[in-house]
Design a protein around this ligand. Structure first.
Ligand code: SF4
Length: 438
């Protein structure tokens, strides 16, 4: 059966879609990039904010129209991901054209569910959380040609309970993967040609299994022969202990870039959000990171218009952005999500005010990002070759501080994929850098 997957949301969902791809391919199905060819369409949904939730729902609506028009009457439609866990069987009341609903901890059941639906057309819902057994952390078994960067899940779930966040409800409690399985997967990926690993988890740096801490896990992965680069996402500031911050600058593979969600710059707002750190504690983490790795680039997540956020609170967020010098930020307007404590709070910042605050953040972060990138002109940077460039004869890759660089190369992507090359930056574009091989 030909299947198509549409993915919404975070890196975890992107990674999960890869796992689904492998599970279904191993069961004899074939992936197609064109939904019109598909006999089975999966929508991997996100519910972290209202907008991706709506997008996932309208994607299933689009598939429904095709079914109704008779273009693909037998199409099987499945809703997976966080909306599946959140809504369960309720999905069928809202979207009767959806055949099955499967939550992230239950993807191994997909081949059986599809077989059952092929035999007997009926609604199937499989949700709930597993214990975190080794098989629940399905690893990636194969990589595409020239795929030199891969994600490895080391933990899942979160019990932090930030007041705005639905993740603990839809991804369950924290479960940490056994270190030997993590090493096994990384060794396997490196043997397939992967050079860069990003460790993945909702609160990745809270990892601890027995006496293996997150810092000691990083140190052991750093020793793996053939691995060139190591990253992780998303860390919680509360778990950026000195042994983790000092790993930057000490470990050969750990790259000089980190995405460290702060959400707000005012202590009052942070407390109201339930973030369990202060502005001062966050700045202390940043100062330790800069001491360990002076050129580290730091990006973040921000929420504007959280209930009770005043103009003065918001100005503290702006001042924190300046003080840290974030080089990128994913910023969003607060929208109340079901099953969160913030849903019961008074959403008292007007839509217009939220939009205005968001625009002010964008302006400031864009200016900082431009200044940071302009400072890279004429420097020589190490680039991991990952794909073809924007123009003919160009290749493309990322620097250790996560900038995309395009450069002309005498080699083809087949010859150069996975190589580390030095490139002198000659031009700074809005979303990428251009350079010359040194
Ligand atoms: S740390 Fe907070 S924001 Fe992050 S997943 Fe957990 S509850 Fe959500």
């Amino acid at each position: 059966m030909k299947f198509y997957i549409k993915t919404f949301g975070c890196q975890m969902n992107v990674h999960d879609s890869r796992r689904i791809e492998e599970i279904l391919t191993r069961a004899g199905h074939q992936l197609t990039a064109d939904s019109k060819d598909a006999e089975l369409a999966l929508v991997n949904s996100c519910t972290i904010r209202e907008k991706p939730w709506h997008k996932a729902i309208s994607e299933t609506g689009r598939l429904r129209k095709r079914k109704l028009k008779g273009q693909n009457e037998d199409l099987i439609v499945g809703l997976v991901g966080c909306v599946a866990q959140q809504e369960g069987e309720n999905v069928f009341e809202l979207l009767s054209h959806v055949d099955f609903v499967v939550s992230p901890d239950n993807y191994t059941h997909l081949p059986q569910i599809i077989e059952d639906i092929q035999r007997e057309r009926k609604h199937v819902s499989v949700t709930g959380f597993t214990e975190g057994r080794p098989e629940d952390f399905l690893s990636i078994q194969s990589v595409s040609p020239y795929e030199v960067s891969a994600f490895v899940t080391i933990m899942k779930g979160c019990q932090e309970r930030c007041r705005y966040c639905i993740v603990p409800t839809v991804r369950g409690p924290e479960r940490h993967r056994a270190p030997e399985h993590i090493f096994e997967e990384i060794h396997h990926l490196v043997s397939l040609g992967v050079k860069e690993i990003t460790l993945l988890g909702q609160k990745v740096n809270a990892y601890q299994v027995g006496d293996v801490t997150f810092a000691s896990l990083l140190a052991r992965i750093d020793q793996i022969d053939g691995l060139e680069r190591l990253r992780f996402t998303s860390p919680h500031p509360r778990h950026m202990t000195p042994d983790v911050t000092s790993a930057f600058g000490q470990l050969r593979t750990l790259c000089e870039s980190i995405h460290l969600p702060v959400q707000a710059g005012s202590n009052v707002t942070l407390k109201r959000m339930g973030r369990r750190y202060t502005r001062e504690e966050y700045l202390d983490v940043v100062s330790r990171l800069r001491k360990a790795s002076p050129k580290i680039s730091i990006s973040t997540d921000l929420i504007v218009g959280f209930p009770g956020e005043t103009e003065a609170d918001f100005k503290e967020t702006l001042s924190l952005i300046r003080e840290v010098g974030f080089t990128a930020a994913f910023s969003f307007k607060f929208s109340p999500r079901p099953f969160t404590q913030a849903q019961k709070m008074d959403d008292d910042v007007s839509e217009a005010e939220k939009s205005s605050r968001l625009a002010r953040i964008h302006e400031l972060v864009n200016a900082q990002e431009s200044a940071f990138r302009a400072g890279l002109r004429n420097t020589v940077m190490e680039v991991l070759v990952e794909g073809k460039g924007r123009m003919p004869k160009q290749l493309s890759g990322r620097t250790r501080n996560y900038q995309i660089v395009n450069f002309v190369s005498p080699e083809t992507i087949e010859q150069a994929a996975g190589k580390l090359v030095n490139v002198k930056i000659t031009q700074v574009n809005p979303n990428s850098l251009e350079g010359e091989l040194v």
